[in-house]
Design a protein around this ligand. Structure first.
Ligand code: UGA
Length: 470
């Protein structure tokens, strides 16, 4: 987030300085490389470093001296009670405060990290000023949450839907306005706590939208319809919107689950019970168990001792990030049922191996990381599409032949139905009950007259003209 933000400011022409406590990371970025996989980020960084608009400095002192607005992009990891761990951000604020002690000019420190309402003004500001030995007239604070999504970081950082900044100091307001003048995005100014809350609300709402679609997907399977038709019908209402209504194996990623839990917890700490948001995580976990059950169902016999191939390990396409990826509980749940699991991902295998090394022996011995898709599919009873990487969608007949039973459980409904037919693959689509489910039973009408009236009201008109509309 820090890197994408810095690169975006640089691209918009703002002289930008970056610092990270890890020396290797500073060296990587200074050499024009991205320290993780993210489409387009490396090219952006390389360009801006070469042009001299993005400079990686070797100390916080230098950063504090050269930049008038300083963004704190520090992690706020979850604690076991759902609250966020403020230690990294407190420590960062103290370190920056000490560096600011030697600066004889007004500085604005903007908290980019996701923090619960009140943190910027009641924790970060006081830590900074105490360490610097200065007052609010010399160090102002603001909260500006980040809305960029992995896999589309560059686009989101360069052209955000909106920039939200919570700031109260009038000098800081002017600074923020001039800084963001180079972005064409709307700038929404508000109180710091409102900006902080906006981030939690945005992620919780999106997660809730997905959970809503996920529950619909289970219902759709049972009534023999495709959830995507319903999502299309619902999402074309501009008040709702189609995005984030894609049912799947449950949402993953480092942000949604952490933020939903911290949001609910923070409200509870203020005596408010958020019932809707409180159900988002249980629904998500249930959906992942449902995804596993769809895979198990395709393994002949009891589902035990079969072999399943999981294609795609990242929490979504376009990234090698495994954090909270649904692939992890799916692999664990299958292994717990005695299934041998072969996994494949074009970019996330390295991280998966590290995750696997920390698992119980009962999981480790049942899971193999395959180097190729062929290897993953060899003799498998079922394959599951967990991330729709393009190479999986270009499935060949040879792959179907490698499997003991050529069945693909498409957890994302991304695999082309026509292609499945062409390559001899049986396709089971999560959220789509059309093929695998009996037609819904329609209750019998009590009389013939009632039946025809019902048909008259809903049948497609046979002739065009107002008199034919039922
Ligand atoms: C999310 C938000 O989308 C960003 O706006 C936010 O800035 C970011 O968290 C953050 O707080 O840092 P991200 O976690 O990168 O971004 O990924 P998303 O694209 O939101 O996807 C999250 C998960 O939801 C993925 O597992 C994805 O597969 C799943 N998803 C998404 C669905 O299952 N259905 C959908 O319709 C959309």
């Amino acid at each position: 987030m820090g890197l994408a933000t810095a690169a975006a400011f640089a691209r918009h022409g703002v002289p930008t300085f970056g610092y990270d406590v890890v020396p290797e990371r500073r060296a990587t970025v200074r050499a024009g490389h991205a320290p993780f996989h993210e489409d387009g980020l490396e090219a952006l960084i390389r360009g801006e470093v070469r042009r001299g608009r993005l400079t990686i400095v070797e100390s916080l002192e230098e950063l504090a001296r050269r930049a008038s607005v300083i963004f704190l992009c520090l992690p706020t990891p979850p604690r076991s009670d759902g609250r966020i761990d403020l230690r990294p951000i407190r420590a960062g604020a103290r370190q920056l405060g000490r560096a600011l002690a030697g600066v004889d000019a007004f500085r604005l420190v903007v908290v980019k990290s996701t923090v619960v309402p009140g943190t910027t003004e009641s924790v970060v500001g006081p830590e900074l000023r105490r360490a610097a030995g200065k007052g609010p007239d010399q160090i102002a604070v603001a909260a500006s949450p980040e809305f960029l999504a992995e896999g589309r970081m560059v686009e989101d950082a360069l052209h955000p839907d909106r920039v939200v900044v919570g700031v109260s100091d009038p000098r800081a307001v002017r600074l923020v306005e001039s800084l963001y003048a180079c972005f064409e995005s709307p700038l929404l100014l508000m109180a710091p706590a409102a900006a902080e809350m906006t981030k939690y609300v945005a992620n919780s709402f999106l997660a809730m939208k997905i959970s809503f679609a996920n529950e619909l997907s289970r219902f759709s399977e049972q009534v023999g319809i495709d959830v995507d038709d319903v999502a299309r019908g619902l999402g074309s209402d501009r008040r709702v919107g189609r995005r984030f209504l894609d049912a799947g194996p449950g949402f993953g990623g480092s942000c949604f689950s952490k933020d939903v839990q911290a949001f609910v917890r923070s409200a509870r700490d203020h005596g408010v019970r958020l019932r809707l948001a409180g159900q988002v995580m249980p629904v998500n976990d249930e959906q992942t168990r449902h995804a596993t059950s769809l895979i198990l169902r395709e393994i002949p016999g009891t589902g035990r001792r079969g072999t399943a191939a999981i294609l795609g390990l990242a929490f979504k396409e376009g990234t090698d990030d495994l954090r909270e990826s649904r692939a992890l509980p799916i692999v664990e749940q299958l292994a717990a049922r005695g299934v041998s699991v072969r996994v494949h991902d074009p970019v996330a295998s390295v991280k998966f191996r590290a995750w696997l090394a920390d698992q119980k022996p009962s999981v480790r011995r049942r899971v193999t990381v395959a180097a190729t898709v062929d290897e993953a599919l060899d003799g498998a009873d079922v394959a599951a599409l967990q991330v729709p990487w393009p190479e999986y969608l270009a499935w060949s007949r040879a792959w179907s032949k490698r499997m003991r039973h050529p069945v693909l459980v498409d957890l994302r409904r991304a695999f082309p139905i026509e292609r499945a037919k062409a390559v001899g693959l049986r396709l089971v689509r999560l959220g789509d009950g059309r093929a695998s489910v009996e037609p819904p039973r329609v209750p019998r009408a009590r009389s013939a007259a009632r039946t025809s009236a019902t048909v008259g009201a809903f049948a497609r008109p046979t002739a065009v003209g107002p008199e034919a509309v039922g």
